[in-house]
Ligand binder design. Structure first.
Ligand code: SAH
Length: 342
């Protein structure tokens, strides 16, 4: 990794060795970086000469807040950051009774093309580097003054399309000399890239895997998620079974409720059949309406009926509480609005 903030302690150690520095300095530099310092000058226990060299050779960039919106209703804060190359991504900080959670982006734009999602409308630009994901957590925490205990990789982008950088990010954010956020407090959401789910399973991480299912069968899923053409529902659910077997971690399925598309009693019945024998939890999310899309959210009654059908069949299902509705706090909406105004 080129950027010093994307490096492990061992990699920083190698850099410092080249500069004739003792190994113990690596941990010092790492923990300063992960405190969110804005310059090497703040690293008060480093020799002056070293601070100078690092400033020249490994310049630090602090993401700029382009827009910051705070919900008057529930304290949710949404950030639009400007990255070093001028691209923007968004992060949402949500306050829950169990702690503060940030929802981070993993890519600039997205190539997955889901019909209901705002992040994909302007296409894909690039993957985020590990430190660009870390900075979202770090600077949302610093700006809001709210210590972050939970992370969800559910912002812009497909995390498993940026596998290596996402894995490095997880290692960094979990490091005891860094933010030290427990893997059990991290959820990774994927639209269903089957080979990558298998690859992730091998790592046996304690994170929660969320799978954006959104449909009980290919006929419906093909309509709303192009990825289903490459990895159809049955293959995806088989990968989920393998993932559970390898990690022992229950899978969380995301299911955006779309009026007349996937919210019928028949859909619930098919879903129940499909999830049989797979320890799962279904998260029902009333669709957030995206201006450019003809898809509409399901009625409250349809959501409640769907939930009851799943629960009656012994499948735990919750309806996601919507936070930040007054600040466009969902799925690429802020970046989209910003780009349209430019
Ligand atoms: N690419 C990953 C993570 C980003 S999307 C994935 O697909 O899982 C995070 C979640 O928000 C996914 O479940 C996605 O399907 C869902 N989502 C996207 N647009 C939405 C909308 N308009 N309403 C409700 N959920 C949406």
């Amino acid at each position: 990794m080129k950027h010093i903030k994307s490096m492990t302690v061992q990699e920083i150690e190698a850099v410092l060795k080249e500069l004739g520095q003792p190994a113990f300095r690596a941990k010092q530099v790492f923990s300063w970086l992960h405190k969110g310092v804005s310059s090497y000058e703040e690293m008060s226990n480093l020799p002056n000469a070293l601070r100078q060299i690092l400033t020249e050779q490994y310049p630090l960039y602090i993401p700029k807040i382009l827009r910051r919106q705070e919900s008057q209703k529930d304290g949710t804060v949404k950030y639009l950051w400007q990255l070093e190359d001028g691209n923007c991504v968004e992060t949402v900080l949500m306050r829950y009774h169990y702690g503060n959670s940030v929802c981070i982006s993993t890519e600039v734009g997205c190539k997955m093309g889901c019909a209901f999602c705002a992040s994909t409308l302007a296409g894909f630009v690039r993957q985020l580097e590990p430190h660009e994901m870390l900075d979202q957590v770090l600077f949302a925490q610093i700006d809001s003054g709210a210590p972050v205990s939970h992370i969800v990789l559910m912002g812009i982008g497909e995390p498993l399309d940026n596998y290596d950088h996402v894995l490095r990010f997880l290692e960094l954010v979990n490091h005891k000399d860094g933010m030290n956020i427990s893997m059990r407090h991290i959820s990774l959401s994927t639209c269903g890239l089957v080979p990558m789910i298998d690859k992730l399973a091998e790592k046996k991480l304690q994170i929660t895997l969320s799978v954006s299912l959104h449909a009980p069968c290919d006929a419906v899923r093909d309509r709303i998620m192009p990825v289903n053409k490459a990895y159809p529902t049955e293959q995806l659910l088989d990968a989920c079974r393998r993932y559970y077997k390898a990690t022992g971690r229950r899978i969380s399925f995301e299911y955006a409720m779309i009026d007349g598309v996937n919210d019928t009693p028949e859909s619930a019945r098919l879903l129940i059949g499909r999830l049989k024998g797979l320890p799962a939890h279904v998260n029902l999310i009333p669709l957030n309406h995206v201006e450019e899309s003809p898809l509409k959210p399901s009625s409250k009654q349809a959501v409640a009926r769907f939930q009851k059908q799943l629960e009656d069949a012994g499948i735990p299902a919750t309806v996601r509480r919507s936070l930040g509705g007054d600040i466009e706090a969902s799925c690429g909406q802020l970046r989209r609005t910003h780009e349209r105004r430019e």
